[in-house]
Write a protein that binds this ligand. Structure first.
Ligand code: AMP
Ligand code: MG
Length: 488
């Protein structure tokens, strides 16, 4: 089954990438193929799940027309600039234009060493591969821009982390893999020509409207800022903590990338941090907008030479663009938050009403996902499921009274309000203990059953599914997962 590659990034100058194929593995075995995504890309899912497809995902057979490359990029990691990172364990096979006309990257992650590997082995362990598969697909089903999981295989080889683990490869699909750190890579070298080539590539590929603007590179910066402001608001509206918002893990397309130590919070806590290496809480839930702006400021710096000839003028343009982040984030956050409490056209006072609920949730360790979800019952007069989530249920009662008065002013009937609440608030998220349980079964017992069940439940996060009761519930105290690991 031929895949029709058309790889625009491979046509960029040599200093943008290293050309090399994936490194073959001993004994590939299929974990899962994402059928609907394969179809979108014009790839036959049955072929992909068969021996030829599995050999391709494993990196054992290079498909015809592929132009495999590892991408160069830099990045600020926890605030420290590293001038050369790059794909140390990933190979971009190429780009395909899907049935929907959209161009997407197909990348293998865990596919062997590259010139960017530094001391790493170029491989991925099964646990983090399953985690990325589960969480990225859950995000897609929640309607949040993200890279996708096309397929995963085990390699039949071991990788050595703290202990020996089964090795795996994930085939990741993305609008592109261009990061803030890709711009930084060239800017740090003073290679303004490359910054311009990259900017033109990104405009053509992700933000074509910028090409017609009076100042195309300013418009590009505005577009990335807008996309990231909206993205981070959407993360926060589902309780998602990315965990490692380094500039090399921030795309310019506005898709979520890099599912390392990410997690969905359960009890609401604005300071929630899960990553074992994030000691200072730099990437805590409530810090994400601030960090996104910090990262975007690094992008603006990299773009300065393109913004204007005169440096002061360039800085002024960059500052003006960056000043758009706060209002764009606030608007997306407030819109989303009001939708979550069933208010369609929010006005004065609604922000305070929504913030008051969050405050009470934080004070009462209420489950973020279920509190909002159970507002659907509360809207029809059944407060029991929501109030039971609060340590002091009376804290919910006081809020609910004001909330119902506000809903009444909307003049929507109860069924419409209920429908809107169910559509805005998922029932199923990838709760950490369920993700860990699925990984543990696969790694320890070779049992993919819990992983497969979880993938299927999370594919329809807004629909209550028979038999999936426990997938909706917070961890019991003994099941709680307080830390997540990069697992690289
Ligand atoms: P991450 O923490 O996944 O964002 O990765 C940061 C950098 O480390 C990137 O340049 C990765 O390609 C590289 N890296 C992570 N794990 C490995 C590995 N096992 N082998 C080689 N490079 C790696
Ligand atoms: Mg990364």
């Amino acid at each position: 089954m031929p895949i029709r590659f058309d790889s625009s990034y491979a046509r960029l100058p040599d200093r943008f990438h290293a050309r090399l194929p994936p490194t073959p593995v001993a004994a590939p075995s299929l974990v899962r193929v994402n059928g609907p995504l394969a179809v979108q890309l014009g790839i036959d899912p049955d072929w992909l799940a068969g021996p030829e497809g599995v050999a391709m995902i494993a990196g054992n057979v290079l498909p015809a027309g592929a132009e495999p490359i590892a991408l160069a990029y830099a990045g600020h990691q926890f605030g420290q600039f590293v001038p050369k990172l790059g794909d140390g364990r990933a190979i971009l096979l190429g780009e395909v234009v899907g049935r929907d006309g959209l161009r997407r990257d197909i990348q293998l992650k865990g596919s062997g060493p590259t010139p960017f590997s530094r001391r790493g082995d170029g491989r991925a362990a099964l646990g983090p591969v399953l985690r990325e598969y589960l969480v990225s697909e859950a995000m897609a089903a929640l309607g949040i821009p993200t890279t996708r999981a096309l397929a995963a295989v085990t390699t039949g080889e071991q990788v050595f982390r703290e202990t020996a683990m089964p090795g795996a490869v994930i085939a990741r699909v993305a609008a592109s893999h261009v990061r803030v750190g890709t711009f930084q890579y060239f800017a740090a070298r003073g290679d303004v020509e490359a910054v311009r080539i990259l900017a033109d590539h990104v405009i053509a590929r992700h933000h074509p409207q910028a090409a017609d603007a009076e100042l195309p590179y300013r418009a590009l910066l505005d577009a990335v800022i807008a996309a990231q402001a909206s993205l981070v608001a959407r993360w926060m509206l589902v309780g998602f903590v990315h965990g490692v918002m380094n500039t090399d893990n921030m795309t310019v397309s506005g898709e979520t990338i890099d599912y390392g130590p990410c997690a969905f919070m359960e009890s609401f806590d604005p300071g929630a941090v899960f990553s074992s290496i994030d000691h200072a809480g730099r990437y805590a839930w409530g810090n994400q907008p601030r960090i996104a702006l910090w990262n975007l400021t690094r992008l603006a710096e990299a773009l300065l030479p393109l913004l204007a000839e005169d440096e002061d003028a360039a800085v002024k343009l960059a500052e003006a663009a960056l000043s758009g982040f706060g209002p764009a984030f606030e608007a997306a956050w407030l819109d989303g938050l009001c939708r979550k409490i069933g208010i369609a056209d929010h006005g004065a006072g609604d922000s305070a009403l929504a913030q008051d609920l969050l405050q009470r949730m934080a004070e009462n360790a209420a489950d973020f996902t279920l509190t909002f979800r159970h507002l659907a019952e509360a809207a029809s007069g059944n407060d029991a499921p929501a109030r039971a989530l609060f340590q002091d249920p009376a804290a919910f009662d006081a809020w609910a009274e004001a909330w119902r008065a506000r809903l009444a002013q909307q003049g929507r009937d109860a069924a419409a309000t209920r429908g809107a609440l169910l559509a805005a608030n998922p029932l199923y998220i990838p709760r950490n203990h369920l993700v860990e349980e699925a990984i543990a079964a696969a790694v320890a017992r070779d049992d993919l059953g819990p992983f497969e069940t979880l993938v299927e439940v999370l594919a329809r996060p807004f629909d209550e599914q028979p038999g999936a009761g426990r997938h909706a519930l917070p961890a019991r105290p003994e099941e709680r997962v307080l830390q997540t690991f990069c697992g690289t």
